[in-house]
Design a binder for this molecule. Structure first.
Ligand code: NAP
Length: 400
């Protein structure tokens, strides 16, 4: 079957170039592969995707940074010995898809060949007792198509049956494939009791408001009755955030939010103060919650700008994970820094229901064929895209 990801040979070349300090584009680390259709083990399901979506984790994978896809899969298998068939001389990328079940492995209950499904990316062993409380606390937990093999960007992909969600009838295939990873992540970060648990009337500051996470953070916060300040880097992204309901949009390139740290990543206290004053002058003197995923360039300011007793919830560090923060602004003003990662099955399912019922809408940037994958990855890495980039695989039988 065809697939997109990386061979061991390409991954080793990328790792070597990284060690030599090369600044590689994501498109240099992804290739078309011809590989066998994966065979199923107990509890697994083979799905033919109709559409899939790009996530930023494929950019990390193709760059082999901070670790290579093979190191990640190795880590998954060392925590999940029964998945040793994931160790191969290729890794298939992709953590979001919607498609049709075409084979069901031994022991799978409640799912049949022909079922139309959305695949969420939380791979976890349900037999681990802690997984019943919160699957993200299980050592078995991994992200499908990032820390595991057999991801979404292929003719066929395989998942555990506990990754399946029924496709809401109201959504097109492209919409159904687009949202699960980022919406579920934003849902846990903002709505769930595992995250910031927003209250109506609060103000939420959303970094990257037009990005894959941001478009959902804005909508979720509005649906929770909050005020939203979104930060973006262009006027077209400002317009999108306004359409999604943001009450105020900052353009970080023109409004003084782009030099919050110096070249070494140290706090620029003068820029922090000016940025905080800018928000106050525009009616947002109080920020209750900050939605963080940028890291090095912004985390220190996010902690500073948040109100006394407020919450900063973070799931990533696109600009760098070694951050200089000034802890005085955290402890002396009793703020909470909450770490968050994807979502449990229940959170992902509830998030999908918010989409199904129309409370939140998918935001599809474009529908592409796979010849566009490298170019789209490069655009995403340069912050030139918005919402979700979708790839069409094949027509579903119902459409043929
Ligand atoms: P995305 O679609 O590329 O959007 C991220 C946005 O962040 C960019 O469009 C950009 O918006 C903004 N940004 C990037 N660098 C910035 C900087 N230096 N300063 C200020 N803003 C900056 O990506 P995404 O899907 O939202 O994902 C964002 C990050 O979260 C990635 O690192 C991804 O791997 C991670 N993530 C983690 C999880 C998890 O479960 N832990 C889940 C999903 C995503 P503007 O240029 O418009 O400001």
């Amino acid at each position: 079957m065809w697939a997109y990801g990386t061979s061991k040979a390409l991954s080793e070349t990328i790792a070597r170039q990284n060690r030599q300090g090369a600044d590689l584009s994501p498109s240099e680390g992804v290739e078309r592969l011809e590989v066998p259709i994966p065979s199923l083990r107990a509890g697994e399901v083979l799905v033919k995707p109709v559409a899939s979506a790009l996530n930023y984790n494929s950019i990390w994978s193709s760059r082999g940074y901070p670790v290579t896809p093979f190191q990640l899969v190795h880590g998954h298998v060392s925590r999940n010995k029964r998945d040793d068939d994931h160790l191969a001389d290729y890794c298939i990328f992709g953590s979001d898809a919607a498609g049709v079940i075409c084979e069901v492995g031994p022991g799978v209950e409640g799912w049949q060949v022909g079922d139309e499904v959305i695949l969420h990316c939380n791979v976890v062993d349900d037999n681990d007792p802690i997984a019943k409380i919160d699957s993200l606390k299980s050592e078995t937990q991994s992200i499908w198509g990032y820390e595991t093999n057999f991801g979404a960007f292929a003719e066929y992909c395989k998942v555990k049956s506990n990754q399946l969600i029924r496709r809401p009838a109201s959504l097109s295939w492209e919409e159904a494939a687009s949202f699960s990873l980022t919406l579920s992540t934003a849902f846990r970060m903002l709505i769930s009791s595992n995250g910031a648990q927003l209250h109506a009337g609060e103000t939420v500051l959303v970094w990257g408001g037009a990005g894959g996470l941001g478009v959902f953070a804005i909508q979720l916060a509005k649906a929770a009755g909050c005020k939203v300040v979104a930060i973006v880097s262009s006027e077209s992204k400002r317009a999108l955030c306004e359409q999604l309901g943001a009450d105020f949009v900052v353009n970080r390139t023109t409004d003084g939010f782009n030099r919050l740290v110096d070249e070494q990543g140290k706090p620029n206290y003068i820029a922090w103060k000016k940025a905080k004053t800018f928000l106050a002058r525009n009616g947002f003197a109080t920020v209750d919650v900050v939605f963080e995923h940028v890291g090095r360039s912004t985390l220190g300011f996010s902690i500073y700008v948040c109100k006394r007793g407020g919450r900063i919830v973070t799931c990533a560090a696109s600009s760098g994970f070694m951050c200089d923060i000034d802890l005085r602004y955290l402890w002396m003003q009793v703020k909470s820094l909450i770490g968050s990662h994807f979502a449990s099955y229940e959170e992902a399912k509830e998030a999908a229901e918010w989409i199904g019922s129309g409370k939140v809408r998918p935001v599809v940037h474009s529908v592409n064929d796979f010849s566009q994958l490298g170019a789209r990855m490069d655009e995403m890495s340069r912050n030139e895209t918005f919402g979700k980039i979708v790839f069409r695989h094949a027509p579903a039988m119902s459409e043929e």
